[in-house]
Design a binder for this molecule. Structure first.
Ligand SMILES: [Zn+2]
Length: 340
């Protein structure tokens, strides 16, 4: 039987677990509402319980290890979750040690946005590239950077906080406290807020009809734009301008082979992409203008699959492929080069 990893995507709302094969395929999936206010021991008990559920479904599974994507800040090398704002009572929790002792298996830990970037790079829209920037645009904006075949961690693992790069000097205050963050102007939340301000309850607009006269969300804007609504198309155009500005910065900073856009707003990718690309043509220096901007492929599975790849991906190739290469006598360099 092929090797499997147990993967967990630990979020402030949901805790999801999966058994993942070395080709990135999810063979079993289970989830629970995170006991986010109950402290680390309660949540770790949930992880153990989900693992039990998954392994009972596949009693023959040969599990090679456990990969975990968790909210930052965290130290991926030491395996310590430092103090995530979405999980109460977590302070310097040595998650790798705790899970490793419990299961007797290798455990790897990665920031959740980086895990999603790894998923898209190794098994999704970024397969075969050497460098990419993954940007997730939903309630907020997050992301991860793969540079020359490695996740770029930076000091204390804090690199690639894409949502909080400053792109303007005005506008609504970001939840981080600053003015002008990319997230504050370009997230799904920001788009919904602009749509809500543009319309009024009872005005009969498609946006308000879709929202039942409540606050308009980014999802409503995408839905109305797909139906050809003029207001919604204007909002999409403004959104694409902001995304284009942020993406132009990312091109200049990281020079990726491609930018992969995921998150809830990527459901409107086809509507947004032409204007995003037009902004890049205007603003980016010529050498960066031909970089593809593509839609993510793995949806909300990217984090789980990326977390699994922390266990299943060795020497630049999935475990099974790496072993095939060894059978054929390929050198590690050759394996590296294929993905570099
Ligand atoms: Zn911010």
């Amino acid at each position: 039987m092929t090797k499997l990893a147990l993967a967990f995507d630990l979020g402030g709302t949901a805790l999801r677990g999966a058994l993942v094969e070395s080709d990135g395929r999810i063979v079993a999936h289970a989830s629970a509402s995170t006991l986010a206010g109950a402290g680390s021991e309660a949540v770790i008990s949930q992880i153990v319980a989900l693992a039990g559920t998954l392994l009972r479904e596949h009693p023959q599974a040969k599990v090679a290890g456990i990969g975990v994507g968790a909210p930052g800040p965290l130290d991926p090398k030491a395996g310590i979750v430092i103090a995530p704002p979405t999980l109460a009572g977590w302070h310097d929790v040595p998650l790798i040690d705790i899970l490793g002792r419990h299961f007797g298996l290798p455990v790897r830990l990665e920031n959740d946005a980086n895990a999603a970037a790894l998923g898209e790079w190794r098994f999704g829209a970024g397969r075969g590239s050497g460098s990419l920037v993954f940007v997730t645009v939903s309630t907020g904006i997050g992301g991860g950077v793969v540079a020359d075949g490695h996740i770029y961690h930076g000091r204390r693992g804090l690199a690639a906080e894409i949502g909080h790069m400053t792109v303007t000097g005005e506008g609504d205050r970001c939840f981080c406290g600053a003015i002008g963050c990319f997230e504050a102007v370009a997230s799904g939340t920001a788009l919904g807020r602009r749509a809500t301000r543009l319309t009024a309850p009872g005005d009969g607009s498609l946006l308000r009809r879709l929202s039942n006269d409540g606050d308009v969300s980014a999802r409503h804007v995408v839905e109305a734009a797909k139906a050809g609504d003029a207001n919604a198309l204007d909002l999409i155009e403004a959104e694409a301008q902001w995304l284009g500005i942020g993406f132009t910065n990312l091109l200049h900073l990281y020079s990726p082979d491609l930018i992969v856009m995921g998150g809830g707003l990527s459901n409107g990718f086809d509507l947004l992409a032409p204007s995003i690309r037009a902004v890049i043509q205007q603003r980016a220096m010529p050498a960066y203008r031909d970089v593809p901007i593509v839609q993510a492929e793995l949806g909300d599975r990217a984090g789980l699959i990326g977390a699994a790849s922390l266990i299943l991906w060795e020497g630049g190739a999935p475990l099974a492929m790496a072993q095939d290469d060894k059978d054929r006598g390929a050198t590690p360099d050759a394996t590296e080069a294929r993905h570099g």
